[in-house]
Design a protein around this ligand. Structure first.
Ligand SMILES: NC(=O)c1ccc[n+]([C@@H]2O[C@H](COP(=O)([O-])OP(=O)(O)OC[C@H]3O[C@@H](n4cnc5c(N)ncnc54)[C@H](OP(=O)(O)O)[C@@H]3O)[C@@H](O)[C@H]2O)c1
Length: 317
């Protein structure tokens, strides 16, 4: 079996596999009911497949604890990325913020992550929830993470960034990595991935498997109701399926398979360092590894897919 391809994660100079693992699926609780045995098997299967980067967050229930419990002894095999700003030193309130960027909350979050994941340093800590520059500077959260970096408790600073704040976050020049949502069916950050890469940052692409929606078993039904008044969700409002059909992507995916086509489309973005795909299903992990080994789509197929998607209304803006 060929090795998974690697790319350099921007100025961090870390060499990361183009397919990485999003550990949100292992959160348990109000998420999916994943047993301890399943979590242990999944995390070890991820490392056995050659994947060398795992993304998690204090917001993902049992995820960090399970990483500490089941793969801390293999810590030299993976780059570890978590998040900060999640409510650790702050009591959640109904209708209150989901992330708080005060020094106390940032520090408490990072300390908790270190303890749960049984490591003395996460490689990357990303601000969760795409805070604005003003929000970061006003509360002192950015300085707090930089102080933790000085203390050796964090190696690199990251941002889980989305519109409208992402352009400004890139312009700040302080983030070594950006986590950005993107797939063929969700292209609004396409040019910002390029901008982040051109600014020298590494990029984690999330949602690069389009949540498995095009697969035969999910068949667009992710069990999520449309959210009236919320941000457009292409999987809840049906637009992802409409884009796929209108662009006749089945014609282009013939002989490749819908999921492999989707993942390889994501991997073709020249600004991508890695895509953090989540799964709790070992068979899906194996499929995704195979797709990553096959690598980017041929240039003519990629250009044709983008042309058709744009014509169908799935545009980069
Ligand atoms: N704000 C943030 O910073 C933020 C928000 C969301 C997510 N994230 C991070 O990004 C990671 C991935 O994000 P995501 O969950 O939104 O997107 P995703 O990786 O595109 O979707 C994950 C879903 O895709 C399914 N899937 C994966 N491979 C499949 C395959 N070959 N066939 C069929 N289904 C497949 C999985 O279901 P199965 O288990 O059935 O395979 C899972 O439910 C998360 O784990 C987390 O680390 C960050």
């Amino acid at each position: 079996m060929p090795d998974l391809p690697k790319r350099t994660l921007g100025r961090t100079a870390l060499e990361v596999t183009t397919l990485s693992y999003g550990a949100m699926e292992l959160r348990g609780g109000r998420g999916r009911d994943i047993s301890e045995q399943q979590a242990e098997a999944m995390l070890n299967a991820v490392l056995d497949s050659g994947i060398n980067l795992i993304d998690t967050s204090p917001d993902y229930g049992l995820s960090e604890e399970r990483i500490g419990r089941y793969i801390a002894h293999r810590r030299d095999e993976y780059v570890l990325a978590s998040k900060c700003g999640c409510l650790v030193a702050v009591e959640p309130t109904a209708g209150g913020p989901r992330h708080v960027f005060t020094p106390e909350n940032i520090r408490a979050g990072v300390e908790q992550s270190l303890s749960l994941m049984k490591t003395d340093h996460p490689d990357i800590v990303q601000f969760h929830g795409s805070p604005s520059r003003a929000e970061l500077e006003e509360h002192g959260g950015l300085q707090a993470l930089q102080d933790l970096q000085q203390e050796g408790k964090v190696r690199f600073l990251g941002m889980s960034g989305t519109l409208p704040h992402l352009p400004d976050q890139i312009a700040m020049g302080v983030f070594d990595e950006f986590q950005i949502p993107y797939s063929a069916l969700q292209r609004e950050h396409e040019d910002l991935i390029t901008a982040a890469a051109e600014a020298g940052a590494g990029t984690f692409i999330r949602g690069g498997a389009a949540k498995g929606a095009p697969s035969e078993d999910k068949a667009w039904d992710l069990g999520r109701p449309a959210r009236p008044g919320g941000p457009a969700d292409p999987f809840a409002d049906g637009s992802a399926e409409r884009f796929w059909d209108a662009a006749k992507l089945d014609e282009l995916a013939e002989g490749i398979g819908r999921m492999a086509f989707t993942l390889r489309f994501t991997l073709t973005h020249p600004g991508l360092s890695t895509t953090i795909v989540g799964t709790a299903n070992p068979a899906h992990l194996a499929q995704n590894v195979e797709a990553a080994q096959a690598g980017p789509l041929p240039a003519d197929l990629y250009e044709e897919a983008k042309r058709r998607l744009t014509a169908a209304g799935a545009t980069p803006e």
